[in-house]
Design a binder for this molecule. Structure first.
Ligand SMILES: *Cc1c(COP(=O)(O)O)cnc(C)c1O
Length: 393
């Protein structure tokens, strides 16, 4: 037992201890914490769908008609009509032959990469890719070549070096929107490289789906190259407001994953209510209302970023609804987050290992539901606090 207490004391001494904050209300632009309302600036519920009446109705109806549990994994007896309907709807949305549901994005990335690649293969992975991609690469046993974040020249050098002694199949894998920096992958360059070097291309669009592109089909739609991505992974837990994940791909890739992806095979499938909420979310994202919500989100983002940049803050090249504010060291970062919470603003302080050492930040995420004046006031509070703190040292 001493080991556990020592580890905790050590984390605490280094300002690296993590803890859970209890949210006492539904997920909206404001949430209740310790009995008071706070402006929520750290949710992935970008379009405000987590408590949308259409999703709630769909979940309730499906739960009444089909129960709250799926009873088994898909390959046993848990492959219900709703799962198949949602997979058809995803494939149509993304323009692929078919799609496969996973229980969440973490399980999807682990299952997809482990299921399709093995020790004879090579995976080229961006240095800022999500932890679930990193874990999927480890599970696959493939050789992993990590290239510096969004550095296409460095990636090309790695590809051409590996080409001298080519073996196995190659995968280039990247986030579409990077979850800690809020910047976009230069997807057209990846498409060009994957074609030139005959590699597969996988994009994890957890933060781009629902938000980017005219119809909300994500980063690839934004850049006009949906049809060129071999493996389109996305999630339902963020802009879609619910829970779950998918891979949209060719029929043969999906058939192989049904046979190989361990996180798919050995886990109970998503419950009917969640699947029905996802169907409703998909329909909503691809509607006039979805478009209006995307526009509001973009307007809020613009307001917020302009205000921070006018005050000279570094937003790490963000061009999306994820807006980091660089604070560098753990102590000031966590102090600032705590003091903002006292002022009724909830956002997260991010430390290693989630980001590199010396790159701690406050990470704000915006919602279409925020009112412009709330966003401006929040930006002013953040600027004011960081200036106060700087004056203190
Ligand atoms: C959140 C996230 C995941 C994990 O998705 P969950 O459905 O929350 O498990 C995977 N990849 C990226 C880039 C993410 O941001």
């Amino acid at each position: 037992m001493r080991y556990v207490e020592q580890q905790l004391a050590d984390l605490s001494a280094r300002n690296m201890l993590r803890f859970l904050r209890e949210i006492e209300s539904a997920q909206g632009p404001y949430v209740q914490i310790d009995g008071s309302d706070c402006l929520l600036l750290c949710s992935n519920n970008y379009l405000g769908l987590a408590d949308h009446p259409l999703l709630i109705d769909a979940a309730c109806r499906a739960s009444r008609d089909f129960g709250v549990g799926s009873g088994a994994s898909r390959l046993v007896s848990g492959s219900m009509s709703l799962h198949h309907r949602l997979e058809d709807a995803i494939a149509e949305f993304k323009g692929t032959e078919t799609a496969l549901l996973f229980n969440n994005g973490y399980a999807a990335n682990c299952g997809i990469i482990q299921g399709l690649f093995g020790p004879d293969d090579v995976i080229f992975s961006d240095s800022l890719n999500h932890a679930s991609i990193i874990d999927g690469c480890r599970l696959s046993g493939a050789r992993v070549e990590i290239y510096p974040h969004n550095d296409m020249q460095a990636l090309e050098e790695k590809l051409s070096e590996a080409a001298c002694n080519r073996r196995g199949r190659w995968l280039i894998v990247s986030d579409g929107v990077f979850s800690m920096d809020g910047d976009l992958v230069p997807i057209e360059s990846l498409v060009e490289l994957k074609e030139r070097y005959e590699a597969w291309l996988m994009i994890d669009d957890a933060h781009g789906g629902g938000v980017l592109g005219d119809r909300g089909r994500g980063t690839a739609e934004h850049f006009g190259c949906l049809s060129q991505i071999d493996l389109q992974m996305g999630t339902f837990g963020k802009a879609f407001g619910s829970f779950g994940a998918y891979l949209a791909a060719s029929r043969s890739v999906i058939d192989l994953l049904i046979n190989r992806a361990r996180s798919f095979i050995y886990s109970t499938s998503l419950p009917p209510g969640v699947v029905a909420a996802n169907l409703a979310a998909l329909k909503l994202v691809d509607s006039a209302e979805g478009k209006i919500r995307r526009r509001q989100l973009e307007e809020n983002r613009r307001l917020f970023v302009d205000r921070l940049q006018e005050a000279g803050l570094d937003v790490c090249g963000s061009s999306t609804q994820i807006v980091p504010i660089l604070t560098r060291e753990p102590q000031p970062t966590m102090d600032a987050a705590a003091r903002l919470l006292d002022r009724g603003i909830c956002l997260s302080g991010i430390r290693p290992p989630t980001v590199p050492v010396g790159r701690c930040r406050l990470r704000a995420t915006l919602m279409s539901e925020h009112k412009p004046q709330e966003i401006v006031a929040a930006a002013d509070s953040i600027v004011g606090l960081l200036q106060e703190m700087e004056a203190d040292v």
